[in-house]
Design a binder for this molecule. Structure first.
Ligand SMILES: [Fe+2]
Ligand SMILES: [Fe+2]
Length: 273
């Protein structure tokens, strides 16, 4: 699907971050063990801060549109990312009980749960890529780098993997129905976003130079992205569990989702990754 079809799909897939019923989630949250709360808190915090980061960096890409259909789609993604951040913010207040007055204070509070690898990817690499694109929105190499980082690594590899396992767990355990509903909507949005990124890179990767850029960026960022999936207290390479799934199951899911998309784009996975 190209930008026009994805724009039309967005019009049919609207939802309200403020309209989802969270009453049962409050009861479930109160009944969780401290250990379970810790795991949920890390997952939720990473998504809350991550959505804030991608919302604020996304305008760089909106400015880099190449035709009006792409512009229309990109503005929908800008709204989506803000809506995702709003959902996690609401959840942090109403279910997890954060009582800071302003969103920036709540973000600061949940930031204490994110890891160093997360900070490097979202605060350093992504921000630097966005800055290069803002400086020159017609710089196609900067746009390819941004979309490889944002749509392939952050959304296509990290977000969809975390979402898959958390949603599966909530469904199986019949827990947090409000969260599952909002997160399910977010996952549907993310699939649309990743479809745009796949379409864009497929177009550009007929050029050998740009194809190599995609591969180089992936080679650089995938080890860092692998670190973002590791919960606090563990090192990359150690065995751990996330929502009842092993680190190996998680890595395999992330790897196969990414390689499927790269096949469509026509780029091989970098050997070192
Ligand atoms: Fe998002
Ligand atoms: Fe997204």
């Amino acid at each position: 699907m190209g930008p026009q079809q994805l724009y039309e799909l967005w019009e049919r897939q609207q939802w309200q971050s403020q309209g989802i019923d969270l009453e049962r989630d409050k009861e479930h949250w109160a009944g969780l063990s401290d250990e379970d709360k810790g795991e949920h808190l890390w997952g939720l915090s990473s998504f809350f801060v991550g959505e804030e980061r991608v919302t604020t960096q996304f305008p760089a890409l909106v400015m880099a549109y190449e035709d009006e259909q792409e512009e229309a789609f990109l503005t929908t993604q800008q709204v989506d990312e803000a809506r995702h951040m709003q959902f996690f913010d609401r959840y942090s207040r109403e279910v997890m009980g954060l009582d800071e007055e302003f969103i920036q204070d709540r973000l600061r509070a949940v930031r204490e749960h994110v890891t160093d690898a997360f900070v490097e990817l979202f605060d350093e690499r992504l921000v630097a890529m966005a800055r290069r694109l803002v400086e020159d929105p017609s710089d196609i190499e900067a746009k390819v780098d941004f979309i490889t980082t944002y749509h392939m690594v952050i959304e296509g590899t990290l977000a969809l993997t975390g979402q898959h396992f958390m949603l599966d767990y909530y469904e199986k355990e019949n827990l947090m129905p409000g969260f599952a509903e909002g997160f399910g909507n977010i996952a549907r949005d993310e699939h649309r976003h990743v479809a745009y990124g796949t379409w864009f890179l497929q177009q550009k990767c007929s050029d050998a130079g740009l194809r190599k850029r995609v591969q180089d960026t992936l080679g650089e960022l995938l080890p860092l992205a692998a670190g973002v999936l590791v919960p606090p207290g563990y090192q990359l390479g150690e065995e751990y569990e996330f929502f009842g799934y092993t680190s190996r199951q998680q890595a395999e899911f992330a790897y196969s989702a990414l390689s499927r998309r790269l096949k469509v784009i026509g780029v091989g996975l970098p050997v070192a990754a």
